[in-house]
Ligand binder design. Sequence first.
Ligand code: ACM
Ligand code: ZN
Length: 524
Amino acid sequence: MNVIPRPLKLEESTGKINFSSSTEMTGEFDSVRAFAVNMLCDVKGEGRNTVCFKKDDAFEEEEYSIEKRSGDVIVKAKTEKGAFYAVMTMKQLSSGRGYFENVKIHDKPKYAYRGFMLDSARHFWSVDKIKQMIDVMANLKMNVFHWHLTDDQGWRIEIKKYPLLTEKGSIRKDTPLSLYNYWNNKEEHDGKEYGRGLFYTQDEAREIVAYAKERQIDVMPEIDMPGHMVAAISCYPHLSCKAEETQVSNRWGVMDNILCCGNDEVYEFAKDIIDEIVDIFPYKYFHIGGDEVPKKRWKECPKCQAKMKELGLKSENALQSHFNNVMLKHLNSKGKSMIGWNEILDAQEILEPEVIAQWWTNYHPGAAEKAKRWMKSGGKTILSLVNYVYMDHAFAIRPLSKTYGYSYRTMGLENDDNVAGMEIPQWTEYIRDEEKFDMNTYPRLITFAEVCWSDDSNKSYEDFERRFENMRGYFKKSYGFELPHQKVYRGKTTPWYSINKNKYWVKDPYFEVKLNRELMKNGK
Ligand code: ACM
Ligand code: ZN
């Protein structure tokens, strides 16, 4: 049976179940029923039958079952979420055919948090494109859309109190084409201004939140701070330690120029941003970023040093923990809690224990030990390790099978007691168009959905690949994107290996994908 993610229990038997526009939806969960009717309206099928939605309080939050009774279908769930996932499973099973083979399914997720992150800062993605991503996520039973809205190279969410953020902070002079020669400050640029007018209004953000909610997805904004803030600093230079004029960054990488956490105005600025957008995003968690915060400027800054002395903070990392705790307290006052990248654990002894860490790095010295220490003391963590799940990296470097094999064990953990869930990020420095976006995002999203939903026992990449292959037509027809040939994902036979003789190709996924496109054209 072609279902991704693989359900917990699935029993096949002979015969067919009708599932089409002539199917009547009855019972509980009104909004899900209405959604299901809408989804099926153009699927022609024979015979009238019924899908009856029943509420079963013995089920868990996202659990559901699907069973045939005579010609009808009984769906059981405790909540709208479970009922919705039953509909998504039936959509895949019927694949627009007006029926599916007899089946009995009982299903629930491995992890409660199943996230996808989109970087809208480096390159902007339209509201319609984001709706496509949400549709695909929903079909794969993913439930958190983590929206990276600000970075050094662009500010992309309207903030009425600070209009410069989108008037000026959205625009960079030009865009680097590769990292080649980066360390000599001579990387190639495209020479074209980027980002003017490319931001989301608060109404557009509301529209996306509402669209996602109908599909059982929460939208979590990320305002990355105190690092990755050059776009904001270019508008309001007094927020940085040196308070000097600067431009929205037109280089990728990690910038020394960060918010000055010795300056009380910075705390007010950050709280103002939170105040303007928290109500747009009803999800309980707000992502504070917190990654890649070089402490060079803070070490040299009289204000930062004075703040550390005043508060008895023993290190610059402790100053970041202090900043995080202030933000958490503010978020708590709005009924929210906080998530941050794993660098927030650098001074974890003074970080409030309710914060959730998102563990993405193992190449920074001590990062893994710090994450493990956090989890050992009960700290909740989301797993997103760069060299298993990052989507912007080439398939030749990271075949889909590697992502499929990702688990808490890969992180060197003995159990997943404090694993809140998993997330797959899509960073878009080198993803400038939708064609490349689709190619790099959807195959790995489909793979990852199974990693964070399906039970680890009976995990088989071969079985997954067979379903994935069988569902190419389904995804194209339902969502409009094409999946490249398996050879690309296996990574062994892409020309990358034969052509690559230097770092250029390794560092530049954009050109690597051009090669993949040639492969697709040649039908290999
Ligand atoms: C990250 O990839 N900088 C979280
Ligand atoms: Zn400072």
